[in-house]
Design a protein around this ligand. Structure first.
Ligand SMILES: *Cc1c(COP(=O)(O)O)cnc(C)c1O
Length: 390
């Protein structure tokens, strides 16, 4: 079986950046290497049958690079157990299969990540799972969507791509009253801005591909929890189904987490300026950003987030053609899916990341454009948007 571990011993440090830089790995006692080595080994020598040296036997079950990353991620989320996966979707799949059985029901946001919705709607429903859709920003609607057979309440906050905000603490108590678990997809906020386990969530899910990795060079996912029982179920499937990240992926992701705080602060600084610029632009119908005082989730976001993040969505005046033209004309912003990297990205969710939601309850507005504001110089970012909207 997989080795057990707790990040508790790495949470010696209060400061977020100190944990980001040190949790999960101490300099190698033999060589002094300050960074975790890329342990490119699929198997580990045993001292006599079953005599494992550091808990490792086979790299699908556990690998030292991955173990360092898992402890690091757990520490960042103030959680006890971390599990790393080959992608955010692999983490999602593991979570759904660990918590749901045929006949069970889950509640999902009306603007969940498109891939999450697709996996639930196209695959899990075939295995006897049912779901209801409720806006994460509407606590009463979430409560109404819960049924006796509800085992999981899924939240994303802020949501992708509409940046709606859910009150984690309140939704956690609603879910728990009903005997359901709460998972928060914390990809958009990152643990620097929001730590859902401290607000009552049972599991935090990440696409580490985004802010945690932070450099658009690696795909990965993670689950963090305080529940030993849940972690055991995750570990069983992580090993049993095998959707694990390789050691090089683990190394890259951990290299990313070390600078999360400084990157996030710059993402937020730049996003705030972008919001200010677009909010008064006559080609923009509306700016969706939880940092805006008129955003319906502003108060909740201010309560549970440190800052409001680097993601900004806008509704472009006109319609789909104007929205697509805006996306096609930027130069600093690269037209591409994904988010959370150091470089600015722009995309049209209706035709790209969220195309799979067309015709469903989760369909996104045709004139919606999503910006992942990078950490380039703000004058270049604003100049680029100004040109593209001209
Ligand atoms: C990208 C993303 C995912 C899926 O993660 P992958 O690493 O692409 O598999 C899940 N949730 C959110 C909010 C995302 O942005």
């Amino acid at each position: 079986m997989s080795e057990r571990r707790s990040a508790a011993d790495s949470v010696r440090w209060q400061g977020f950046s100190t944990r980001a830089i040190h949790a999960g790995y101490d300099p190698d006692p033999q060589t002094g290497a300050v960074n975790v080595p890329i342990y490119a080994s699929s198997t580990f020598a045993q001292d006599g049958v079953g005599g494992l040296r550091d808990g490792f036997e086979y790299a699908r079950t556990g690998n030292p690079t991955r173990r360092a990353l898992e402890a690091n991620l757990a520490a960042l989320e103030h959680g006890t157990y971390g599990r790393a996966f080959a992608s955010g979707m692999a983490a999602t799949d593991c979570l759904l299969r660990s918590t749901l059985r045929p006949g069970d029901h889950l509640v999902i946001p009306n603007d969940a990540y498109g891939g999450t919705f697709r996996l639930i709607d196209k695959v899990f429903t075939q295995w006897g799972i049912t779901y209801s859709v409720a806006p994460v920003s509407d606590v009463a609607a979430v409560r109404d969507a819960i049924r006796p057979e509800t085992k999981l309440v899924w939240t994303e906050t802020p949501t992708n791509p509409l940046l709606n905000v859910g009150d984690i603490e309140t939704i956690a108590s609603i879910a728990h009253e009903a005997g359901a678990k709460l998972v928060v997809d914390n990809t958009f906020a990152s643990p620097y801005l929001q730590q859902p386990l401290t607000l009552g969530a049972d599991v935090v899910l990440h696409s580490t591909t985004k802010y945690l990795g932070g450099h658009s060079d690696v795909v990965g996912g993670a689950l963090v929890t305080d529940s030993e029982e849940l972690d055991e179920a995750f570990a069983f499937l992580q090993n049993g189904a095998g959707a694990v990240p390789g050691p090089f992926d683990g190394y890259l992701t951990m290299r990313g987490t070390k600078t999360l705080a400084v990157r996030m602060d710059r993402h937020c600084d730049n996003a705030e300026k972008v919001v200010e610029f677009l909010n008064s632009h006559d080609k923009i119908e509306a700016v969706l950003y939880p940092g805006l005082e008129n955003h319906p989730g502003h108060e909740v976001a201010a309560k549970q987030m440190k800052r409001f993040g680097g993601m900004v969505s806008v509704l472009v005046k006109g319609g789909i053609e104007e929205a697509k033209a805006f996306c096609a004309r930027t130069e600093v912003f690269t037209l591409a899916e994904s988010l959370g990297g150091i470089e600015s990205l722009i995309e049209h969710p209706g035709a790209m990341t969220h195309a799979s939601t067309a015709g469903s309850l989760l369909e996104v507005p045709a004139n919606l454009v999503r910006l992942s504001v990078g950490i380039e110089d703000i004058d270049d970012i604003l100049g680029d948007l100004e040109n593209a909207l001209r």
